[in-house]
Design a binder for this molecule. Structure first.
Ligand code: AGP
Length: 614
């Protein structure tokens, strides 16, 4: 979703802004723009629809020069994808430029009021009300920061923004209202960088400061000052990010998604490292030390997330119930935030979010926190907003995931949930020492099992070639494989734009079986797990009606394989690990179908990596 980048220093702002925005491309966007202050303090702005490469072409003819600027990649919410609607937005006097991420819920009312006072709008966006609100305060002779503070009192919704002003000593004012994505500031001698996310700052600075909701930062040639929403000064410390200052690289792969799929054995090894002792059969989660004392009172676990993270929550519910032996429920965070849920201080709420910035998940977390629940975030981004809301956080350690379709962060989430279930079970004495040893034996082999599943990649590619023109896919499974069926359908629709649905196999004859016909291919997840024969019965029912059925089948199950139209084979693995390993053929199948269709796999249409608006 929208990416923000700002620079104030002594170098040319243009290449720095472009590089920062390029490193935010993974978030998803549909138009771009920059405003740079010239030596004489005038705004020079360039905007374009489409990718950053299009903006760069425009900049070839129009080389903006100056040491202060703001840039934006826009993911459209209000107003179509047009040059006029791209950010930055300026006021009537061209004295203020604004880039914004978020949604201003009451913008229509504000816009009407501003128009009645003579303001001229050039876009259909909600964001454009901000520069006009600021303009009115500046016209009264007040400072830029006072004007931003005032504008924020007028808007309802969640907003993250940068504002800069022409013809004054260079200044960028940054502000956050609610959860509409983060802002990170990189501090170097005589230079300040500010962006939506750390990857944008990696080439420039490792000295990082974070802006929290309700805070304002004033960046100037004198340095940086932070104030809260009451205008009181806040002291903040610089933290040094121990990150590799290189951009993610596709290496030998054509697409980040494929690279990220193939990285999963290493990612899962990383998840296990220091947490699971293979030699001494120990399992520790030191990241949870701050909440250990609260764990004995827990009598229910609520897991939540959006999209793929919700699917992980569904698997986590199964792990918690079967291993920890606690009642558990999985919730869609965008629903949970508004639902009349009973949340108690004896609940453990586990929020799953690879980005750590999903607006719906953050709001659902705030709700759980206010109700007094114990709150854990499972995230791939250390220092993301999710970790600041949660009482404790478990890091996915998956490395930056660039592909919009989540893959390695999904399996990392599942593995952490498995470890968490054992940890809680150990804590509550519902997991015995013998069971702990068995679980650790299984976990030790998981990276190897994932590697074996990945070895099927060439066969899955061949199958995908045959089915790339299929119009509808129907995924079905039972038990803990049902969330994997949902994830298989989501992966396929996200990157191939083919209609796909996931259903519990037992529900087929209650409705979805009516869909079976020549245009529909069913993918049945039927590896060796308890109740597999029930799924086989449903397969028979579909075959009887001349349906085409592909199966996710355990290697060596020639009996089932012979009755199917095609197979995606899995290695034979312990039952608890089947959902994690079965995610691999789902990801590979979706990837190869999209590859065959010649689509932009890493940047699927209409989608964003970091969904920072509601
Ligand atoms: C997954 O492929 C999607 N990109 C999407 O469903 C994603 O999982 C969802 O938006 C939640 O994101 P989060 O994990 O960063 O909170």
């Amino acid at each position: 979703m929208c990416g923000i980048m700002g620079y104030l220093g002594n170098q040319e702002a243009r290449p720095i802004l472009l590089q920062g925005l390029e490193n935010l491309e993974y978030r998803g966007y549909d138009s771009t723009g920059l405003s740079i202050l010239s030596e004489t303090g005038e705004f020079q702005s360039v905007k374009s629809t489409g990718r950053l490469s299009a903006l760069k072409s425009v900049l070839e003819k129009n080389k903006l020069s100056g040491n202060v600027g703001i840039g934006h990649t826009r993911w459209a919410t209000h107003g179509q994808v047009t040059v006029e609607n791209a950010h930055p937005h300026l006021d009537c006097n061209n004295s203020v430029a604004v880039v914004q991420n978020g949604i201003i819920e009451n913008y229509r009312q504000i816009k009407e009021n501003l128009q009645s006072r003579g303001h001229i709008f050039k876009s259909d966006t909600d964001s454009e009300v901000i520069p006009h609100l600021i303009e009115e305060v500046l016209d009264q002779g007040q400072s830029l920061e006072s004007a931003v503070e005032f504008a924020l009192t007028q808007v309802k919704g969640s907003v993250t923004l940068l504002v800069t002003q022409s013809k004054i000593d260079p200044k960028i004012v940054a502000a956050r209202l609610g959860n509409a994505g983060g802002l990170v500031i990189g501090v170097e001698d005589n230079e300040l960088f500010i962006a939506s996310d750390i990857p944008a700052l990696l080439p420039f600075s490792n000295n990082i400061m974070f802006l929290n909701p309700g805070e304002i930062a004033i960046l100037s040639t004198d340095g940086i000052e932070f104030v809260d929403d009451q205008g009181r000064t806040i002291e903040k410390q610089v933290s040094t990010q121990l990150v590799n200052a290189t951009e993610p690289d596709k290496g030998e792969y054509d697409w980040f998604m494929y690279k990220e799929i193939m990285e999963q054995p290493d990612v899962l090894l990383n998840v296990l490292r220091d947490r699971v002792g293979i030699d001494n059969f120990s399992l520790e989660l030191p990241e949870l030390s701050s909440i250990t004392e609260q764990l004995p009172k827990i009598n229910r676990v609520i897991l939540m997330g959006c999209g793929t993270s919700y699917h992980a929550a569904l698997v986590g519910k199964g792990f918690i119930e079967s291993i920890t032996k606690l009642p558990a429920q999985a919730e869609i965070a965008s629903e949970f935030r508004y639902a009349n849920q009973v949340i108690r201080d004896t609940d453990l709420v586990v929020a799953l979010t690879q980005s750590g910035e999903t607006a719906d998940t953050l709001e659902a977390m705030e709700k759980a926190k206010q109700a007094g629940a114990v709150l854990i975030a499972i995230t791939n981004v250390l220092d993301s907003q999710s970790t600041r809301i949660a009482d404790a956080s478990l890091h996915m350690r998956a490395g930056i995931e660039v592909g919009v379709a989540s893959t390695k962060t999904f399996t990392a989430s599942l593995l952490i949930l498995y470890i968490l279930s054992i940890y809680l079970g150990k804590n509550r004495s519902s997991v015995s020492e013998i069971e702990l040893t068995e679980h650790i034996h299984d976990l030790e082999k998981l990276p190897e099992y994932i590697g074996n599943a990945l070895n099927e990649s060439p066969n899955i590619h061949l199958l995908a070639k045959d089915y790339a023109n299929t119009q509808y896919f129907l995924f079905m499974a039972r038990g803990l494989l049902f969330p994997i069926a949902l994830e298989g359908a989501l992966k396929l629709k996200e990157i191939s734009y083919i209609h796909a649905e996931g259903h519990p196999a037992g529900e087929m004859k209650h409705g979805p079986i009516a869909l079976i016909g020549p245009d529909v291919t069913t993918i049945a997840l039927a590896p060796n797990v308890p109740n597999k024969e029930k799924t086989e019965t449903t397969i028979e029912e579909i075959k009887t009606r001349n349906g085409v059925v592909l199966g996710v089948v355990t290697a060596g199950d020639s009996n089932l394989a012979s009755r199917l139209d095609g197979c995606l084979f899995l290695p034979s693995v312990p039952v608890n690990l089947v959902p994690i390993v079965a995610a691999i053929p789902m990801q590979l199948f979706a990837y190869f179908i999209a590859l065959e269709k010649g689509l932009d796999i890493d940047h699927p249409r209409n989608l964003a990596k970091s969904v920072t608006v509601e």
